[in-house]
Write a protein that binds this ligand. Structure first.
Ligand code: MD6
Ligand code: FE
Length: 216
């Protein structure tokens, strides 16, 4: 696979970081996303998007793939990271260098220091898809932050924090926005509300979300 490594930083904007909750940092319009979409499409040639099953047996409305040394997977046995794509029994496609560079740049600008992700989980939403309230705690070392990049259609992300209770802090994530969270927020609960045509303004198109993690 040929992966284009054009200089993403030419496109990176110098936006001010906003702290939405302690250690939850939003970088608005941080990155220009069209080179990212091309790379996502290349990853999906080798590791197609699929609707995974939750341990409870439900079908996720979000379609998922991964690139990097490790991939996040879900099935009847639970949630875990795996070095092989269970659909193909092949390793996941390599993480494009520009993805790793973007994750590092965002972590640094957001005040989390150095970050070398080994997993990029790629979520794909169409109108009607959602991500229920959850927290990310399948990674071995929680001292690493998570960097999350929104691409394409807007979506309402809700930050709940230490408990699932309460109304949460909603924020509209738009194309090019990046969220970084770590430290005391690392195990915080969060969700993505169902993409409604009213909020999104169309029934066409997709939202991608890249979440960079250090899993192993
Ligand atoms: C999404 N994001 O934005 C779903 N998880 O589509 C997440 O679940 C998420 O944005 C951990 C860290 C950042 C995130
Ligand atoms: Fe998450």
């Amino acid at each position: 696979m040929v992966i284009d490594q054009t200089d993403l930083f030419a496109e990176v904007q110098d936006t001010a970081a906003q702290e939405l909750a302690p250690a939850v940092v939003l970088l608005r319009r941080f990155v220009s996303t069209s080179p990212l979409i091309d790379l996502i499409e290349q990853v999906a040639v080798s590791a197609p998007f699929r609707h995974m099953r939750t341990p409870g047996g439900g079908r996720m409305s979000v379609a998922i793939t991964n690139c990097g040394e490790m991939g996040w997977v879900s099935d009847a046995r639970g949630y875990r990271y795996a070095a092989m794509d269970p659909e193909s029994s092949q390793i996941w496609p390599p993480m494009p260098q520009s993805f790793a560079a973007l994750a590092l740049q965002a972590a640094q600008v957001a005040g989390f220091g150095s970050f070398q992700p080994d997993c990029c989980l790629i979520n794909r939403y169409v109108v009607g898809a959602q991500m229920g309230t959850h927290r990310d705690h399948d990674e071995k070392d929680m001292s690493h932050p998570i960097v999350s990049v929104s691409i394409g259609l807007p979506a309402v992300f809700v930050w709940y924090g230490a408990t699932r209770a309460g109304p949460g802090v909603p924020m509209l994530l738009q194309d090019g926005d990046v969220i970084v969270f770590g430290r005391e927020a690392r195990k915080g609960f969060h969700a993505v509300r169902r993409l409604s045509p009213r909020v999104v303004g169309t029934t066409q198109g997709v939202r991608y979300n890249l979440t960079f993690r250090r899993a192993g």
